[in-house]
Design a binder for this molecule. Structure first.
Ligand SMILES: [Zn+2]
Ligand SMILES: [Zn+2]
Length: 265
């Protein structure tokens, strides 16, 4: 194993997680048995004084995150457990996380590409890979510059547009990607190796493994440090962890490339 942590786990506090067995009392022993020493819960959140939530986010306002944070830190667990959130952005510069909530949680993860939330997240100017590529780049740089996230989850994975994933990424030059990742590296923000990068999990919409490999290789070249994330919404999802460890191996990730949030004590 390269990573001994999975810092991207959802619970039923995320409305897209409908598995009622996906709770800390089941997850923690399961991951401990697999040899993991640290995990992190990051349920979806929209917390903003200026921008009201969409229907999807209306019940995901941070209250359940604070309850889970309190619960987790009121008990002893066999492994280290952190509680954060998966914050979102509506557009470059428009973030769904306040400094007040950030301070009360262990860490903040941010998604820069939830373009499947079409009624909420700003859409590219047109449906071409080029427009999507530039749009996604702006979101990423804005989040990396914001000082809000500790972790950028599933970077450069265009949710809602996976059919043009390969073409979209090929519109971005190495320099554009390295420059963007350099912003994250200089702000000490972790980059995630997420299960979305495993093409075999999406037989209906195949993409080439070369696409995520290129992105993550350039992130490494830019000096980024990494975190591993199953993005599990059910107990069955944790089987992807072995494949993610293999992906990390392919990327030649070593201990020195692991971001502090993903490091074990
Ligand atoms: Zn996400
Ligand atoms: Zn997630």
């Amino acid at each position: 194993m390269i990573f001994y942590s999975d810092m991207h786990i959802h619970t039923p506090a995320s409305v897209c997680c409908s598995s009622d067995t996906q709770i800390p009392d089941n997850i923690i022993p399961l991951l401990a048995r697999k040899g993991y020493k640290k995990i992190g819960f990051i349920d979806h959140v929209w917390d903003s004084k200026d921008v009201p939530p969409s229907d999807f986010y209306v019940t995901q306002d941070g209250k359940k995150h604070l309850e889970l944070h309190k619960f987790i830190h009121s008990r002893e667990w066999e492994i280290e457990v952190w509680v954060g959130c998966e914050a979102d952005m509506k557009a470059p510069g428009v973030f769904g996380i306040t400094h007040e909530l950030k301070e009360k949680l262990d860490y903040v993860a941010m998604a820069t590409n939830h373009f499947h939330l079409k009624d909420f997240v700003e859409q590219p100017a047109d449906s071409t890979p080029r427009a999507l590529a530039q749009h996604m780049l702006k979101f990423f740089i804005s989040a990396a510059e914001s000082g809000l996230p500790d972790l950028l989850v599933h970077p450069f994975y265009p949710y809602g547009n996976i059919d043009i994933y390969d073409d979209t990424i090929s519109c971005l030059s190495d320099t554009e990607l390295i420059d963007a990742f350099s912003v994250a590296a200089s702000n000490n923000i972790a980059i995630e190796i997420n299960k979305c990068y495993l093409p075999q999990l999406r037989p209906e919409r195949l993409f080439s493994i070369e696409t995520p490999l290129r992105i993550l290789t350039l992130a490494k070249q830019a000096g980024c440090k990494f975190s591993l994330g199953s993005d599990a919404h059910s107990l069955e999802t944790f089987v992807v962890l072995d494949q993610l460890q293999n992906l990390a191996k392919t990327l030649n990730i070593t201990k020195a490339d692991i971001h502090p949030i993903a490091q074990i004590r």
